[in-house]
Design a binder for this molecule. Structure first.
Ligand code: ADP
Ligand code: MG
Ligand code: MG
Length: 302
C-alpha cells in the first residue's frame, strides 16, 4: 500500500513569479480512483507536473509526501522504518518514479529506431536500478558487473542485479498486452512513429502496466479519443487498479471517461485549489451544470 499526500501545496512558474497552485490538499491511496476535474487553466496539469518533479515549476510552500507500507515492492526490497515516508520534493523525477509514481507524458516523443519493446524494457530496468539505489544499505553494496553483449542476445535467465532480460521481458509484455487487450504487433512498432492519438494513449496505459506504479497520474488521457478507443483505454485503466492495485489520479476536463472509469472520489479544482470534493455524483452534477455553480458556492454569489 502507498499513499500520496499533497499538503497545502503552493507552486509558481520557476522563471517568474506567477502563482499557479495556491494551497492544494489531496490524498490518493493505492487502489483508489480519484478524478481531478476543473476548467481550463485551473492548475490540474501543473499539479501533475509538480508531483512528478517538472523543472518548470517551483514549489514555494507545502509538501508532497509518499507513504509506503509493508511489501510495497514485493519481497525483493525490505523497507526500513525510516524509509516509510518520503518527501518527494527532495527527490529527482526518476527517483520519484522509482518509488512508484507514474506520470504519463501527454505527448511522448517519437524516437526513430527504438521499438516499443526495447523502450519499455529499458524503462523498467531503469526503474529497478534506481530503486535498488534508493533502498540499498550502504554496507551491502555489491560490485556491479558489466554485462555487455547481453542486450541483443535472447539468452534465458536474469542479467545482473535483478535486471529484466530480453526473454523474461517478452513474457511480461505479453501478459500485460493481453490484460489490456492490445494487438501484439504494437510492441514491434517504433516508438510512437505514426501512432494515432488513441494509440499513444494506449501506449501510456501499457507503460503504466509494465512499470506497475503505486500511484499513476493520468493527465487528459481521454482527450481526442473516439468512443471505441475511450473504452479500450478505460478498460486498461481499470485493469491497472484491479490487477495491480494502482491508485489513479485521473485528470480530466470532461465527465465522459468517468462513465467507464468510475471514480471513488471527485475533486474540482478552481484557481489553484481544490474547491470541492465529493463522490461520483459530483461529476454528474458538473456534467449537467458546468463549473460555475462551484465557483458561486465557493466564492458566494453577489
Ligand atoms: P489546467 O491543466 O487545469 O488547464 P494548467 O496547470 O496547465 O491548467 O495551467 C494553470 C495556469 O498556469 C494557466 O493560467 C497557465 O497558463 C499557467 N501556466 C502553467 N504552466 C505555465 C508555464 N510553464 N509558464 C507560464 N504559465 C503557466
Ligand atoms: Mg519563481
Ligand atoms: Mg491541463
Amino acid at each position: 500500500m502507498a499513499r500520496l499526500e499533497l499538503r497545502n501545496l503552493h507552486a509558481e512558474v520557476a522563471e517568474g513569479d506567477e502563482k499557479i497552485l495556491e494551497g492544494v490538499d489531496l490524498e490518493v491511496q493505492s487502489g483508489e480512483i480519484h478524478a481531478l476535474m476543473g476548467p481550463n487553466g485551473s492548475g490540474k496539469s501543473t499539479t501533475a507536473k509538480v508531483i512528478a518533479g517538472h523543472p518548470a515549476y517551483e514549489v514555494t510552500e507545502g509538501e508532497v509526501l509518499l507513504h509506503l507500507e509493508d511489501e510495497e515492492f514485493g519481497e525483493d526490497i525490505e523497507i526500513d522504518e525510516d524509509q516509510r515516508t518520503w518527501n518527494l520534493l527532495d527527490l529527482e523525477p526518476n527517483e520519484r518514479a522509482a518509488l512508484g509514481i507514474f506520470l504519463g507524458f501527454q505527448y511522448p516523443a517519437e524516437i526513430e529506431g527504438v521499438t516499443m519493446t526495447n523502450f519499455l524494457r529499458t524503462a523498467l530496468n531503469a526503474k529497478i536500478e534506481e530503486r535498488e539505489e534508493l533502498f540499498e544499505d550502504e554496507e551491502g553494496e555489491e560490485a556491479e558487473e558489466e554485462d555487455e553483449g547481453f542486450e541483443n542476445s535472447p539468452m534465458e535467465g536474469p542479467a545482473d542485479d535483478g535486471e529484466v532480460g530480453v526473454a523474461e521481458f517478452q513474457g511480461i509484455l505479453q501478459e500485460k498486452m493481453e490484460q489490456l487487450e492490445m494487438d501484439e504487433k504494437f510492441a514491434q512498432r517504433y516508438l510512437n512513429a505514426g501512432f494515432s492519438g488513441g494509440e499513444k494513449k494506449q501506449n501510456e496505459v501499457l507503460q503504466a502496466a509494465i512499470l506497475e506504479p503505486s500511484i499513476a497520474v493520468l493527465d487528459e488521457i481521454d482527450s481526442g479519443l473516439d468512443i471505441d478507443r475511450l473504452q479500450d483505454v478505460s478498460n486498461g485503466i481499470n485493469a491497472l487498479r484491479d490487477e495491480q492495485g494502482t491508485g489513479i489520479l485521473q485528470i480530466t476536463h470532461y465527465q465522459r471517461i468517468l462513465d467507464y472509469v468510475e471514480p471513488d472520489h471527485v475533486h474540482v479544482m478552481l484557481d489553484g485549489q481544490i474547491a470541492k470534493s465529493g463522490g461520483p455524483e459530483l461529476a454528474e452534477k458538473l456534467e449537467d451544470k458546468g463549473y460555475d455553480w462551484v465557483r458561486d458556492e465557493v466564492y458566494g454569489t453577489a
